[in-house]
Ligand binder design. Structure first.
Ligand code: SF4
Length: 471
C-alpha cells in the first residue's frame, strides 16, 4: 500500500509578492504526523509543493491532501486528477473543516478537525475495505502519539527544519481566528504529555527550535514544566504567545531562561473598539508598551502581528500602527488585511450584514479586501496595507527600531535579523535553488544568541488599551 501526502502550494506562489523563503521555513509537520500512524509495511512519501515539484504521473493507492483556503482550488484539481486515475483520495485541514460539503465533492473521504485520532480510525476502516466518507475527531488527545515521521522530510529544503508543535489549539476565542471553526465540537486546547514533548525535543539535532503552537504559554502548568526542563538543554527557540500571558506572572522569564529568543505576539490593533468587536479580550486594558519593554529587557525579539480593516479603522490606521511599531522597537511586523474565513464568527457577521464582496477563496490571503470595510474603501485598505510593509521595512525604519535597544549587541541583532529577513532576497533564493538552506541555520542561531538585559528602558511612554480615545 502506497500513501502519498501532498501539501499543494498556496495561490500566493503565483503572486508578484511571492517570497520563496517565506514558504521554505517550516516542513509540513501535520502530514509527517499523519504518516507516523501508517503500519511499517506501508510506503509513504510527502510532497510539499512550495519547495519541490509535484509529479502527477504516478498512481499511489491513497493520496492525502492538506487543504488551506488559498490552496483549496489547487488541492481540488490534484484530488480530481488522482480520483480519475482510480486512487483513493482523502482531504483534511482547515478549509475542509470549514466547508465540508464543498470539499466532499473532490474526495472519497474527508477528515474534519484535528486528525490524530480520526486518521487511525480511517486506516483501520480502509484495511477492512469499509472507509467512511467523513471522519470527525471526537476524542482529542495527544497521549501516546507515535514519533513524527521526520525522516520523510528533506531537511535541506527548509530554513527551520526543527519546527515542533507540543499543544493543539488555543484557549482564546478571537472572532477572526480559524481556531474555533477547526476545533468545533470538542476540546479546543490541549497539550502533549510533558515527557513526549521533551523526548521530541531531544530527538531534534542542532540547537534551534521553532514552536509552531498557536499559544505556547496557553497552559501555564505545562509551559512552566516545559521551560523548567528545557533549561539545561542548551536550546534557543522561537514561539508565539498572547499579550496577557507575557504580561502576567513569570512564565515569560522562565521561557527566556530556557532559551526563548523571539516571540510572535498578536497585538492585532491599537484600537480598543476593534479589539472588543473581535472578542480579543486578552489584549484589552493591556499596556502594550510595558509588554515590549518587558520582552526587550529579557532580550526577546518581537514579531508583532497587526490586522487592518476592522470596523473602527480609518485611513490613518496604517501610519499610526507603523509609527508605533517602529517606536516600540518591534523587530519584525506581520501586517494582515482582516479576512473573514468561512466558519468564523467574523465571516458570519459579514455575511449577515451583506458586506462580503467575494467568495473566491484565492483572494482570502490577507492581502486582499474580501469584505466592505466601514471607514475606508477597499483600494484604500489594500494600498495602506502595502504601504505599511514598505514603511516598516525601510532601511531608515529598521535602523530607528534597532536603536531602540540599550546595548550595541542587541541593536546589531535586531538590525541583522530584520534586514536579513527582508533585504537579502537574492541570497535566500540562491540557497533555496542550491537546496542548501540548512547552511543558513547557524547564521540564524548566531543572530538569536542571548543578549544581556537592557540597562534602562529607552522609552517609557505607556500605550494602554483601555478606552476608545486611546490610540
Ligand atoms: S489568541 Fe491567536 S490563536 Fe488564539 S484564538 Fe486568538 S487569534 Fe486565534
Amino acid at each position: 500500500m502506497k500513501f502519498k501526502f501532498i501539501l499543494p502550494s498556496l495561490t500566493e506562489a503565483e503572486s508578484p509578492f511571492w517570497r520563496p523563503i517565506k514558504y521554505s521555513l517550516f516542513p509540513p509537520l501535520g502530514l509527517a504526523t499523519l504518516a507516523s500512524y501508517l503500519p511499517p509495511e506501508y510506503e509513504a512519501e510527502i510532497i510539499d509543493q512550495h519547495v519541490q515539484a509535484l509529479s502527477l504521473d504516478d498512481r499511489p493507492d491513497v493520496v492525502a491532501i492538506q487543504v488551506y483556503i488559498t490552496n483549496a482550488y489547487r488541492a481540488y484539481q490534484i484530488a480530481d486528477h488522482y480520483r480519475n486515475k482510480g486512487c483513493y483520495v482523502i482531504l483534511g485541514g482547515l478549509h475542509v473543516t470549514s466547508l465540508p460539503d464543498e470539499a466532499q465533492q473532490h474526495a472519497d473521504t474527508i477528515i474534519l478537525g484535528p486528525a490524530e485520532e480520526a486518521f487511525p480510525r480511517f486506516l483501520e476502516d480502509l484495511k477492512n475495505n469499509q472507509p467512511r466518507e467523513r471522519y470527525f475527531s471526537n476524542k482529542r488527545t495527544l497521549n501516546n502519539t507515535p514519533p513524527t515521521r521526520r525522516e520523510l522530510i528533506d531537511r535541506k529544503r527548509y530554513l527551520v527544519p526543527n519546527s515542533i508543535v507540543v499543544t493543539r489549539g488555543c484557549p482564546h476565542h478571537c472572532d477572526f481566528c480559524y481556531k474555533d471553526a477547526f476545533y468545533r465540537g470538542g476540546k479546543s486546547f490541549y497539550t502533549q504529555q510533558l515527557d513526549d514533548a521533551l523526548q521530541e525535543i531531544e530527538r531534534l539535532p542542532g540547537r534551534h527550535l521553532y514552536f509552531l503552537d498557536d499559544h505556547l504559554l496557553g497552559n501555564k502548568r505545562f509551559a512552566r514544566d516545559l521551560f523548567n526542563n528545557m533549561k539545561g538543554m542548551n536550546r534557543i527557540f522561537q514561539g508565539a504567545a498572547t499579550v496577557n500571558s507575557i504580561l502576567d506572572g513569570d512564565l515569560i522569564d522562565l521561557a527566556a531562561e530556557a532559551g526563548l529568543r523571539s516571540v510572535f505576539v498578536g497585538f492585532e490593533s491599537l484600537n480598543p473598539n476593534n479589539l472588543k468587536q473581535s472578542n480579543k479580550k486578552q489584549n484589552l486594558g493591556r499596556d502594550y508598551k510595558r509588554l515590549t519593554n518587558r520582552l526587550h529587557d529579557l532580550g526577546i525579539m518581537i514579531n508583532g502581528s497587526f490586522v487592518f480593516g476592522l470596523d473602527d479603522d480609518d485611513p490613518n490606521v496604517f501610519q499610526h500602527t507603523v509609527d508605533w511599531a517602529i517606536e516600540a522597537g518591534i523587530t519584525t511586523s506581520t501586517f494582515h488585511i482582516a479576512t473573514p474565513y468561512p466558519g468564523t464568527a467574523f465571516y458570519q457577521k459579514m455575511e449577515q450584514s451583506k458586506r462580503m464582496l467575494t467568495h473566491n477563496w484565492d483572494l482570502f490571503d490577507t492581502r486582499h479586501a474580501t469584505y466592505q470595510p466601514m471607514k475606508m474603501s477597499c483600494p484604500q485598505l489594500e494600498q495602506g496595507y502595502r504601504q505599511s510593509y514598505r514603511e516598516f521595512y525601510r532601511w531608515s525604519a529598521i535602523t530607528r527600531a534597532s536603536l531602540f535597544h540599550g546595548s550595541a549587541k542587541h541593536q546589531l541583532k535586531h538590525f541583522f535579523y530584520t534586514s536579513g529577513w527582508k533585504k537579502f532576497e537574492p541570497l535566500w533564493n540562491l540557497a533555496i535553488q542550491m537546496k542548501k538552506l540548512n547552511l543558513m541555520t547557524p547564521l540564524l542561531e548566531t543572530v538569536l544568541a542571548k543578549v544581556t538585559p537592557r540597562q534602562a528602558p529607552a522609552s517609557t511612554r505607556p500605550i494602554t488599551i483601555t478606552s476608545p480615545s486611546t490610540p
